[in-house]
Design a protein around this ligand. Structure first.
Ligand code: NAD
Ligand code: TYD
Length: 377
């Protein structure tokens, strides 16, 4: 496969995937198709923007004619589809945009790929449509132990390995979808369309569902970059509810490596869950962030703990996410490369060292958005 469209390549995860592919596969042509919404930022790709195997195209995935023309022009044989509206809080305020981009946009990408590939003599032979989704489509897990033991406790995933967990159940690939937020409902809808294109037309599709990512270049509306920036500027840290919700965190470069592996070696029509068995309560992560920022800025340890501000809970706030990625580990040998402590240290250092990147985003429109979004805090 030589000519690959990566959608959403100017966003957080997409930029890591584009960088990995451009650097690792000089023979491939990597076309980054991105609309550059508020979340898209070409500064995320400064280091590779002049590489000869890279092209950026500013386009909306909902522009079906434009996407089809681009596929024809570039003889595209692979699509890695990441473009999406991705923030739960925004989806609560504006669900229409999420249905439009995540459902209709994905359908537009699928239909364009289908029409283009069906027009070729080899049809779907050697082609691949890889859709990146989230674990949030599975809904929320409970925090329970069969013997009533207080979480976290040691448990075993289906691989047989032991992990610290906040509940006995994990998200496995065979679970039924139970999305709760407009964001996860729209991602669920897009996943169904992708599978329908395989089942109906024989399109070579793959879907992966990943846990929460963290790392460099994440837009500062998501927990980790937002809080690092707020701690730095000694601004309040708005913790939803009691900070008891559990998320399963994966370093973004490990996700990008998984995407590379699955794109090349994953089985068509399969679903793979991606996650690092790394569950954390929000409040515990927040304390780690405060400690790390304080240490790196030479402030007395814990000096900023008083920034923690409990605010009204997110509507429909999912209690716990926890991915079982045994299938991916078993079939393709993927494992996360970083321990959380190392990953979070690297991440905090990156945001502190790249203040210019943060300042460029947090000036102007961002302030307005942030104030309107969180005026109730
Ligand atoms: P992001 O919000 O940082 O980036 C999204 C990118 O998509 C931006 O560059 C934006 O400009 C682009 N985009 C949005 N609408 C578009 C449109 N209509 N046409 C073209 N481009 C458009 O998102 P992210 O966190 O990097 O997530 C990428 C993908 O991974 C999403 O599909 C998301 O659902 C999925 N995912 C994210 C996480 C996570 O923790 N961030 C976890 C699992 C899965
Ligand atoms: P987020 O980064 O928005 O990811 P997601 O909702 O997709 O998991 O949020 C991670 C967790 O942090 C989630 O439980 C909500 C919580 N959170 C806060 O407590 N305060 C905040 O300001 C934000 C953005 C998130």
């Amino acid at each position: 496969m030589k000519n690959i469209i990566i959608t959403g390549g100017a966003g957080f995860i997409g930029s890591h995937v584009v960088r990995l592919f451009v650097n690792k596969y000089p023979d491939y042509r990597i076309i980054n198709l991105d609309k550059l919404t508020y979340a898209g930022n070409l500064a995320n790709l400064k280091d590779i923007e002049n590489c000869p195997n890279y092209r950026f195209v500013k386009m909306d995935i909902c522009d079906f004619d434009g996407v089809l023309r681009l596929m024809q022009e570039e003889h595209v044989d692979g699509v890695i589809h990441l473009a999406a509206e991705s923030h739960v809080d925004r989806s609560i305020k504006d669900p229409f945009t999420f249905a439009q981009t995540n459902v209709m946009g994905t359908l537009s990408m699928l239909q364009a790929a289908k029409l283009y590939w069906e027009s070729l003599p080899e049809h779907f032979e050697g082609k691949r449509f890889y859709h990146i989704s989230t674990d949030e489509v599975y809904g929320a897990l409970q925090m329970t132990h069969p013997d009533g033991i207080e979480p976290p406790f040691t448990t075993r995933a289906s691989s047989g390995e032991h992990h610290m967990a906040y509940g006995e159940k994990f998200f496995t690939e065979d679970l039924k979808y139970q999305p709760h937020s407009p964001y996860s409902a729209s991602k669920a809808g897009s996943d169904h369309f992708v599978r329908a294109f395989h089942d109906t037309y024989g399109m070579p599709t793959i879907v992966t569902n990943c846990s929460n990512n963290y790392g460099p270049y994440q837009f500062p509306e998501k927990l980790i970059p937002l809080f690092i920036n707020n701690i730095r500027h000694r601004k309040p840290l708005p913790v939803y509810g009691r900070g008891e919700n559990v998320r399963d965190w994966l370093y973004v470069e490990d996700h990008a490596r998984a995407i590379d592996l699955i794109f090349h070696e994953g089985r068509v029509a399969e679903t793979y869950n991606i996650g690092g068995f790394n569950e954390w309560k929000n409040i515990d992560i927040i304390k780690v962030l405060i400690k790390t920022v304080d240490r790196l800025l030479g402030r007395p340890e814990g000096a900023d703990l008083d920034l923690i501000t409990y605010v009204t809970d997110r509507a429909g706030h999912d209690l716990r996410y926890a991915i079982d990625s045994s299938k991916l580990q078993r079939e393709l040998g993927w494992e996360p490369s970083l321990q959380f402590e190392e990953g979070i240290g690297k991440t905090v250092r990156w945001y502190l060292d790249n203040q210019e990147w943060m300042d460029q985003i947090t000036s102007g429109e961002y302030e307005k958005y942030y104030d309107s979004m969180y005026s109730n805090r």
